[in-house]
Design a protein around this ligand. Sequence first.
Ligand SMILES: NC(=O)c1ccc[n+]([C@@H]2O[C@H](COP(=O)([O-])OP(=O)(O)OC[C@H]3O[C@@H](n4cnc5c(N)ncnc54)[C@H](OP(=O)(O)O)[C@@H]3O)[C@@H](O)[C@H]2O)c1
Length: 266
Amino acid sequence: MSNLRPVTVITGASAGIGVALAHEFARHGHALALVARREDRLRQLADEIAATGAVKPIVIVADLTQGDAARQIGEALAAQGAEPQFMVNNAGFGMVGLAAARDRDQQLAMIDVNVRALTELSLAFVDSLERHRGGLLNVGSMAGFLPGPGMAVYYATKAYVLSFSEALHSELKSRGVRVTVLCPGPVPTEFAARAGLSSGLAPGLLTQTAERVAEAGYRGLMRGDRMVVPGLANKLVTILIRIVPRRLLLRMVDSRQSRRRSAQRT
Ligand SMILES: NC(=O)c1ccc[n+]([C@@H]2O[C@H](COP(=O)([O-])OP(=O)(O)OC[C@H]3O[C@@H](n4cnc5c(N)ncnc54)[C@H](OP(=O)(O)O)[C@@H]3O)[C@@H](O)[C@H]2O)c1
């Protein structure tokens, strides 16, 4: 048994769903390590959580496009006498627009964060997750269920997150490590503005708050669920997506994204 204290590591904890997940885990008594690039935001969140009487979270400033996230996070935790019990891979971003027209380097950076870093951090700490009877929560998206013309690379990264996490769920079950993929629909966060959607996300039937999404993700992970799609309407849509012919789905997403692009131009 290790003498290191168990913590929940949350990437992308400086905004949106990551902040809500940090509050949710803290509320249930987990000690935290918060990871993102914006240090001021992380320190402010750590102070807020400490002010509730919880253990003050460890702050780790890291850019997940930089290839050595696991080493950096592992070393920062070890320096504080800690190691992961739960790993929450939440950091991610999207880009709206035609893939061939958008900046290639930025799209590859999206793969670095949404896929490469998520994979590295999913695999790097499995022994520690097992030692502490913990698990892995990977934030995918409803976008992972279908191809996404107009946001092609983003949708493809989330299809990877879904497939990879479901497979890991099965592989790590015998070791007692829980693996859950959380697949939200639209959530009002900084995501839309960062993706280049100047109009933001129009509220709709599928929209959920970051807090609701975090609650559902936490509950699912603790239960050992393979996948969590927060919201009843969202669940129904993911079932429909699996029935509707792919050709039709492509056309539907394409026309929705084209309408968005025209609205942006006007
Ligand atoms: N909002 C939605 O509608 C929605 C729907 C489905 C799934 N999701 C997924 O939910 C997750 C969280 O998104 P959100 O909606 O909360 O978006 P957000 O408000 O934009 O937050 C994204 C987080 O990711 C971090 N991040 C981005 N690039 C990073 C990098 N290179 N290195 C380290 N951290 C990085 C950001 O931190 P820094 O900028 O400080 O580094 C921030 O904390 C993402 O994986 C997203 O794909 C979102």
